[in-house]
Design a protein around this ligand. Structure first.
Ligand code: ASN
Length: 301
């Protein structure tokens, strides 16, 4: 007798196969895989960003040094890309979001992103790579996860490229200040949202626009990737940190690298659980995790 697969198993298997495809994709494109770091002297401030709701970045003291739980490896990517040129990390991130985020169904305070960076790359290079990633993912899952999708009664999603591009100004004009979900609901394919007012490490053009980008999944699933061309010039980094009123003492080691010289680069991070949420058409991100860290919900173990 053939046992049918439980929907919960199917969701976890689809996430696992997506993870495997992701590692193979970046390795096949000659990216060097770095193991994640989970403690950093300097970490992503995650702001100013209207989408961020971080309560605090926890610190620990070890061997006389202050180390912070990694919110993202962006600053480490900027340092590593100087030497290795094309890198990626399957990177666990801790982001202590406010409890209200429980309601979104799309937030975890601990999650994993496929975080990558390329030296000497621009937005167009990243768009081309990322669109190839999603198209390949469709083909891979059609072939390798047929049984899982059948168990869920969900059709594997076909990504059709090129994705449409809009600036955040255009999106605000059409959908209002909180454009993300209404715009997502109105689309049948993912789209690029360009130029977000964000952290000091995203490059800003002389006209004030930002050289950054998100992918918004369709059908109400919202943001699934964010990235940028990077600010690599020391003076500009200092100016932007001052503008953002960041405590520069938390960035001493990063600034030391920046002073010696960073490299122009671009990259992005793809949220693995968000991608599985979308692919499996689940109603809550907790459904694709065995130990979900949902803001506002006590941890089981
Ligand atoms: N991974 C993102 C990037 O590459 C940064 C983040 O997750 N905040 O831009």
């Amino acid at each position: 007798m053939v046992m049918s697969m439980k929907p919960r198993d199917a969701k976890l298997r689809i996430l696992g196969k997506t993870f495997r495809y992701t590692v193979d994709f970046f390795q096949d494109h000659e990216f060097i895989q770095l193991m994640p770091v989970m403690l950093g002297k300097s970490v992503d401030p995650l702001g100013p960003d209207p989408g961020s709701s971080i309560i605090e970045i926890p610190k620990i003291s070890y061997q006389g040094e202050v180390l912070r739980l990694v919110t993202s490896m962006i600053l480490h990517k900027q340092v590593a890309v100087k030497e290795f040129k094309k890198i990626f990390i399957m990177s666990p991130n801790i982001r202590l979001e406010r409890p209200e985020r429980k309601e979104t169904g799309r937030h975890l305070f601990e999650f994993t992103q496929a975080d990558f960076e390329m030296a000497d790359a621009g937005m167009e290079d990243i768009f081309e790579l990322v669109e190839r990633y999603y198209v390949g993912l469709s083909a891979f899952l059609h072939e390798k996860a047929e049984e899982e999708f059948a168990a869920l009664g969900v059709k594997p999603f076909y990504f059709k490229t090129p994705f449409q591009c809009y600036t955040t100004a255009e999106l605000k004009n059409t959908y209002g200040e909180d454009w993300e979900l209404p715009a997502s609901k109105q689309h049948q394919q993912p789209f690029w949202a360009l130029s977000h007012k964000r952290e000091f490490y995203d490059k800003q053009s002389s006209d004030g626009s930002y050289q950054n980008y998100d992918i918004i999944y369709p059908l109400g699933f919202g943001e699934g990737l964010s990235g940028a061309e990077r600010e690599h010039e020391y003076e500009k980094i200092i100016m932007r940190m001052t503008r953002d009123k960041l405590d520069q003492s938390a960035y001493t080691s990063y600034l030391e690298h920046a002073r010696k010289g960073l490299f122009p680069s671009a990259g992005a991070g793809i949220g693995m659980e968000r991608l599985a949420l979308f692919l499996t058409q689940s109603s809550h991100i907790g459904e694709v995790s065995v130990f979900p860290r949902v803001p506002g919900i006590p941890v089981d173990i």
